[in-house]
Design a protein around this ligand. Sequence first.
Ligand code: FES
Ligand code: FES
Length: 164
Amino acid sequence: MMKALTFTLNGDQTRVEVDPGELLLDVLRRRLFLTGTKKGCGEGECGACTVLLDGQPVLACLLPAMKVQGRAVTTIEGLGHEQRLHPVQEAFLEKGAVQCGFCTPGMVLSSKSLLDGQPQPSEDEIKQALSGHLCRCTGYVQILEAVKDAAEKMTRAEGRKGHA
Ligand code: FES
Ligand code: FES
């Protein structure tokens, strides 16, 4: 029997009927048509399906959808849009950290979560935060550069706000 799942999705109260055992990844992609969240391995190994649950990265391919009842989920669609990218998205584009783009949504969301909690992370902290993410294209160097650049952009933006 289908169950009603109610949660906050990208800031909006959302209600969707799901199979009780259905995974969050399938609910996002198949029922809510948010295909920015990617299905790579489907086994918790690649990080492509990463979304934020109450601000923390989780693997949507392992998480039963009913576990997000009453909680807040952020997908890449909730972060920015073409006319107004999030600073992490801007930095990924500027530093050439996006090639095929398959790993990018998960990488961007984990980076955002890191920078929200630690605005000036060390290189090791960045590597640690992204350690569950596989990228077949970039060799990771540009991704590291992008996260450092995003940290600077976000710190500068905060500084401007502080002086406004
Ligand atoms: S698709 Fe979830 S970790 Fe690979
Ligand atoms: S950009 Fe292709 S997998 Fe990372």
